[in-house]
Design a protein around this ligand. Structure first.
Ligand code: MF3
Ligand code: CO
Ligand code: CO
Length: 256
């Protein structure tokens, strides 16, 4: 079932929420350099959202303690910002930011490369972004949801990278996480779910250099790492299916 289907007037709201998320990323980008703590980045985001009349959808979600997720190197997702974690030369870091503005959520994540990054890490980050963009490009009314995973596999596999199976994209809108799940690998049961105008969802592939298997930190209950300690990357956008294609909500509005 596609639960997250919205009317055109809601698309206008989702566009504004997504724009705010994109502008928040642009605001923090100059600060994401070697020497800053992830706790400081979290505070910058919290202040930006407050100033703009929005709130973090993550803060308090199932007890989550911070406003963003910051996932460095072998961390796949849900890394918790901390004043004790300092970004250093050679790190790759995913910042995942979900904001609620006037009742509608926008969810996006981007990778940042700190200083001199290894060529393998750069290849991973680029391939993951290419996989997200390729998946977005095939979204339109009438397309089965299973095509998303097919396309992501076709981009990641030639590089020998693996696709995380334990975490997926999701319907989104008036709530952060809604049905259906959006798988980033091919699963034939999703052949039967068809994109329709008004459908709002995320695509957020997590791609690893080594195994796709993950393990969650037992102490904090949140931080997800690759089981073999290999590097992981992720990019995410919130999207909506229109009458003739797809709109990316979590991009900056120019003059539309
Ligand atoms: N932004 C994440 C997603 O893409 C959700 C984070 S939930 C949190 O779905 F509780 F970890 F913040
Ligand atoms: Co997210
Ligand atoms: Co998401």
């Amino acid at each position: 079932m596609l639960s997250s289907v919205y009317a055109p007037k809601d698309f206008k709201r989702l566009r504004v929420s997504g724009d705010l998320v994109a502008r928040c990323f642009d605001f923090i980008t100059p600060y994401v350099v070697a020497g800053i703590s992830t706790g400081e980045i979290d505070r910058l985001v919290a202040a930006f959202l407050k100033e703009n009349g929005a709130r973090s959808s993550d803060l308090g979600y199932m007890g989550y303690p911070k406003s963003i997720c910051t996932s460095i190197n072998e961390v796949v997702c849900h890394g918790i910002p901390s004043d004790d974690v300092i970004l250093k030369d050679g790190d790759i870091v995913n910042i995942d930011l979900t904001a609620e503005y006037h009742g509608f959520h926008g969810d996006a994540s981007r990778m940042f490369m700190i200083g001199n990054v290894s060529s393998k890490a750069r290849e991973l980050v680029q391939t993951c972004q290419d996989a997200l963009n390729a998946a977005i490009s095939i979204c339109a009314p009438g397309v089965p949801l299973s095509e998303i995973g097919k396309v992501i596999e076709s981009v990641a596999k030639p590089h020998g990278f693996s696709i995380v199976r334990d975490y997926c994209g999701h319907g989104i809108g008036k709530v952060m996480h809604d049905n259906p799940n959006i798988l980033h690998f091919y699963d034939k049961s999703y052949d039967k779910l068809i994109m329709q105008p008004g459908f709002v969802f995320t695509i957020e592939p997590m791609i690893n250099v080594g195994t796709w298997m993950c393990k969650t930190d037992e102490k904090d209950g949140w931080t997800v790492r690759t089981a073999d300690g290999s590097l992981s990357a992720q990019w995410e956008h919130t999207l909506g299916i229109t009458e003739d294609g797809v709109i990316i909500f979590t991009e900056k509005m120019l003059n539309d």
